[in-house]
Design a protein around this ligand. Structure first.
Ligand SMILES: Nc1ncnc2c1ncn2[C@@H]1O[C@H](COP(=O)(O)OP(=O)(O)OP(=O)(O)O)[C@@H](O)[C@H]1O
Ligand SMILES: [Mg+2]
Length: 416
């Protein structure tokens, strides 16, 4: 029987590490069995940016986007193929219209999550629009920034409503710092948010139905931010962090996203969970990189072989019904959200599919990471990321962490 061929498009910026890994694993995987004796083969192409007719038919069945958050020509192409052609997108730019933190904060507050108190203040500097002066004079009410900060309570964070990469983020401890931060915000639109004095920072990366919760150390340089630590959360808190990430993603139809939560005692506070293009760099994920690329391959294969359809509708009411259940505790609601989220991601079916159709993927990835091709990728990535005098140090650092993963993974597969 001839295999059905599926073409996957990668819409990339500057990154070379994970696309190479993705191409390599999918290539080694070869054709995959579906239901009823069907066979499926996969091709990958890096998408180039060209003029397109709005009536062109795309060749791609699925596209992974890492570009549209700043480059608008491919973003409009993605919208066209989402609306007209049913191409499966990780992520759809429609769902990431909510890519600003603000909408995500609102939705999760509405669902009763412990998002820290947050206030949006008007622009500090005039907006570049001829109508601004008149409109602002007439309708911008004077406000007392100090009183807002006092109501929230110091310390607090001032940060852009649509932030990313720490741009414009400051921790504010008193009135002088508050005014300095606001003066500097210029044309950025800012939130003031209560600071959480957390015990531990948990950052979870979700890819389809899978989530990896990692201990994050924001005060460290990039290559040390993800600590390798498997026991840093109690099972209950760990479960809550996974549920929150999956809930956010199911609510907004995000399939590839990272979620930042601050944990204090037994409480989990989500602070940032709208990352259209989450960090999956080898140099920052290191130990967790093989997991991430494997999860991405598995999810794409699952989507294509089972014919999962992209969804643009949010069905927010189904989540709000749970939020509004009289007498339901926070724990009850999380349980309800988790069920909706797992149903959306077909979590059970996904795991059954992986067991039946991808039985050797763990060995394939382990074999690749252990071999010379992965080491070449590691060296190339270090060379393109760091200055020459640091190459040796970072190659050794990454090799050490990858060796640790190889040892752990080998033990896990032997035990299983
Ligand atoms: N409410 C808060 N309480 C405590 N720390 C906070 C809070 N908000 C932000 N931070 C700190 O500031 C950092 C940056 O904030 P945030 O994640 O919102 O901005 P960002 O620009 O999206 O950053 P990144 O791209 O790294 O995710 C966080 O990683 C955290 O260390
Ligand atoms: Mg963040």
């Amino acid at each position: 029987m001839t295999a059905t061929r599926h073409l996957i498009g990668l819409l990339l910026g500057t990154e070379e590490d994970w696309p190479t890994a993705f191409e390599e694993i999918l290539g080694r995987l070869g054709p995959v069995a579906g239901t009823g004796g069907s066979r499926h083969a996969f091709d990958i192409e890096r998408i180039t940016i060209e003029p397109f007719s709005l009536r062109d038919r795309p060749r791609y069945a699925l596209a992974i986007d890492r570009l549209a958050y700043w480059y608008y020509h491919p973003r409009e192409w993605l919208k066209k193929v989402a609306l007209m052609d049913g191409v499966y997108l990780l992520n759809s730019p429609f769902t990431f219209q909510s890519m600003e933190k603000h909408a995500a904060y609102c939705a999760m507050m509405r669902l009763g999550l412990k998002v820290p108190d947050t206030v949006l203040v008007p622009y500090k500097n005039p907006v570049d629009n001829a109508r601004y002066a008149y409109t602002a004079e007439r309708y911008n009410k004077p406000f007392d920034l100090d009183a807002i900060a006092q109501r929230i309570g110091y310390p607090l964070f001032m940060k852009p409503y649509d932030g990313g990469a720490w741009r414009g983020v400051s921790r504010v401890s008193n009135a002088a710092e508050l005014h300095a931060a606001y003066d500097q915000s210029g044309e950025m639109l800012m939130h003031l948010q209560k600071a959480i004095d957390y015990d531990v920072f948990a950052r979870s990366l979700s890819i389809g139905a899978e989530t990896m919760v990692m201990r994050f150390q924001p005060e460290q340089p990039m290559h040390l931010r993800y600590a390798v630590d498997h026991e840093f959360l109690s099972p209950q808190v760990g479960g809550e962090v996974v549920t929150i990430g999956r809930l956010v993603n199911a609510f907004f139809r995000w399939e590839f996203n990272s979620c930042e939560t601050l944990v204090k005692g037994g409480d989990v506070y989500p602070i940032d969970y709208a990352n259209a293009c989450p960090d999956v760099a080898l140099t920052s994920l290191h130990y967790y990189f093989p997991w991430a690329i494997k999860a991405l391959v598995k999810w794409c294969v699952f989507v294509l072989v089972t014919g999962r359809r992209p969804r643009l509708d949010l069905e927010a009411d189904r989540f709000y019904e749970i939020a509004d259940q009289p007498g339901a505790s926070y724990g009850d609601k999380l349980g309800g959200y988790r069920q909706l989220a797992d149903a959306y991601f077909e979590t059970g079916r996904y795991h059954d599919f992986c067991a039946a159709s991808l039985p050797h993927i763990d060995e394939i990835v382990l074999d690749w990471v252990t071999g010379p091709a992965f080491d070449r990728l590691l060296i190339q990535t270090v060379r393109s990321t760091y200055p020459a005098y640091e190459h040796e140090r970072f190659v050794a650092h990454l090799r050490g962490l990858i060796d640790l993963w190889i040892a752990d993974e080998t033990a896990r597969l032997r035990a299983g």
